[in-house]
Ligand binder design. Structure first.
Ligand code: VGL
Ligand code: ZN
Length: 204
């Protein structure tokens, strides 16, 4: 079975959102085009408590983009975003949500961030995505979403490491590029990590 993983297609990552990714809204139609072609569609949702430690607002004197040590891990600080229950945390309304079989929340523990849809950044806890996919007999995953250089990258790397045949739709992703070149480096890292990068919307 092949699964489509839609990564963080939430208002806060789209133009006008708290952590806007340039042209992030353009990938919603890509998701809608791809969904009917997959036997299983799963979406991740960045889902933070309002006092999440990845928010610069929780660290006096710090601003978004600063990097701190958090429990021994490097943590980039972000504007408050994807707060549980807020409009910014919602999946984009134009998504065909009835085709999404399961939504996986991540970043719910205020002490640790979670870029990957599979594990938190300290790899202390699984989100349940792997167990869900295994239960459905999924062997290959196809990813797209936001943002290329964070959640898409780490989700793809974990998927490949977990042994799923992993492909990423380049057209279905947009990145942050906090440092110019981050997105290009992310593509390289995904490829190095065993993911296949797809230039077209080919389906299995
Ligand atoms: C993301 C930064 C912080 C993402 C989530 O979805 O790529 N990036 N939280
Ligand atoms: Zn986040």
């Amino acid at each position: 079975m092949n699964a489509l993983l839609l990564i963080d297609l939430q208002y806060d990552f789209m133009p006008g959102g708290a952590l806007a990714v340039k042209h992030g809204d353009e990938v919603v139609s890509v998701a809608n085009e791809l969904m009917p072609r997959f036997g299983l569609v799963v979406a991740s949702q960045d889902w933070h408590p309002s006092d999440h430690a990845s928010f610069a607002s929780q660290h006096p004197g710090k601003k978004p983009g600063d990097v701190i040590q958090l429990d021994g891990l490097e943590q980039t600080l972000w504007p408050d975003h994807c707060v549980q229950g807020s409009h910014g945390a919602e999946l984009h309304a134009e998504l065909d949500v009835e085709r999404i079989a399961r939504v996986i929340h991540k970043g719910t523990d205020k002490r640790v961030d979670s870029y990957s849809a599979f594990f938190d950044n300290a790899r202390r806890r699984a989100t349940g995505l792997e167990a869900y996919l295994r239960g459905k007999g999924v062997e290959a995953v196809y990813l797209m979403g936001l943002a290329t250089d964070y959640c898409v990258k780490f989700s793809a790397l974990d998927a490949a490491e977990l042994g799923f045949r992993t492909s990423v739709y380049k057209q279905g992703c947009r990145g942050i590029d906090l440092q110019p070149g981050d997105v290009d480096k992310a593509w390289e890292a995904m490829q190095q990590g065993g993911a296949t990068l797809l230039d077209a919307l080919d389906t299995p």
